[in-house]
Ligand binder design. Structure first.
Ligand code: PAF
Length: 295
């Protein structure tokens, strides 16, 4: 695997179909499965590792964001990545950007109003990565459901010659969705956080059993989360095309949740089809490499 710090250097290493997996590092099996998806579909697999200051609405969250470059590089190489683009901030933002990208509408719900400026920062850096690296396809996690919908719309609306692909949420054996932020959870906070995935699984069971009411599906998640010491922000059934709240599950959708456990803010979701079929993600059979056990 080659490690490069400039857009031009990374671009020059593309050969054949190039697949990109954008990341902010502190990798886990969720990221590695995205690399696997890119590997199956590309001749050159590129990952980017850049903790993008523009998308952090809270500066203390940026300072606190976990980082471990050597571990990330080793995991990417094992996963079959060919090129790691790990730029210094000055390569991505040589000057404060005057040109920024905004995706309106889709960012007015859920994460958008709760994290002012977050999506503008995400979309701006993704536009720079797609423009600067010029991949043929880019793989993003379905765990960040709203981000995936927003990024797909960015690429479509700006006629970017890239295919945006969503990869499944990877969960620990007990259901907790993998997130780089999970390392901050104490034992007690982690136990409480399980209420999130339990609630989503209960809602997915109900959808599969025929429940179509948005309020009923959201209520099942809230009910399960309320049993735990969680700071519940939202549980929303959202239209997968435009992220608007859905009263009835009558089109492709995702049921998304945000809640705090201790000081750690977590998001999770299940994707639902109008026939009630649920994409709950995939579960690991052993503890995640996040906790130091990478092989
Ligand atoms: O999902 C993430 O890790 C980030 O939002 C992304 C897409 C790498 C942009 O910084």
């Amino acid at each position: 695997m080659r490690v490069v710090g400039t857009f031009a250097g990374a671009r020059s290493l593309r050969a054949g179909i190039t697949g990109l997996v954008p990341t902010m590092g502190y990798l886990h099996e969720g990221h590695l499965s995205l690399v696997g998806i890119a590997r199956e579909r590309s001749d050159t697999v590129m990952a980017s590792l850049f903790v993008n200051p523009l998308q952090f609405d809270d500066p203390s969250d940026l300072d606190r964001y976990p980082r471990d470059f050597d571990r990330d590089a080793a995991l990417l190489e094992l996963a079959g990545c060919d090129v790691l683009f790990a730029p210094p901030a000055a390569e991505v933002y040589p000057a404060p950007p005057l040109a920024r990208v905004v995706v309106s509408g889709l960012t007015d719900t859920m994460e958008g109003p709760r994290r002012p400026g977050h999506f503008d920062g995400v979309v701006t850096v993704v536009a720079k990565l797609l423009g600067g690296l010029q991949p043929d396809l880019a793989v993003f996690g379905r765990k960040d459901a709203q981000q995936l919908v927003v990024v797909a719309r960015l690429a479509a609306d700006l006629s970017m010659p890239v295919e945006v692909i969503g990869g499944p949420t990877i969960r620990e054996a007990d259901g907790l969705a993998l997130s780089s932020r999970n390392v901050f959870l104490s034992g007690e906070e982690r136990r409480a956080a399980l209420g999130i995935s339990r609630g989503l699984m209960a809602a997915a069971d109900a959808a599969e059993a025929g429940e179509r009411s948005g309020a009923a599906l959201e209520g099942l998640v809230i009910e399960e989360m309320s049993r735990q010491a969680l700071d519940i922000e939202y549980a929303e059934l959202a239209d997968a095309a435009d992220t608007a709240r859905l009263l009835v599950l009558d089109r492709p959708a995702f049921l998304a949740v945000a809640a705090g456990s201790g000081r750690t803010r977590l998001i999770d979701n299940v994707w639902l089809k109008p026939d009630g079929t649920a994409d709950r993600g995939a579960r690991l059979g052993r503890p995640s490499v996040l906790y130091g056990g990478g092989d």
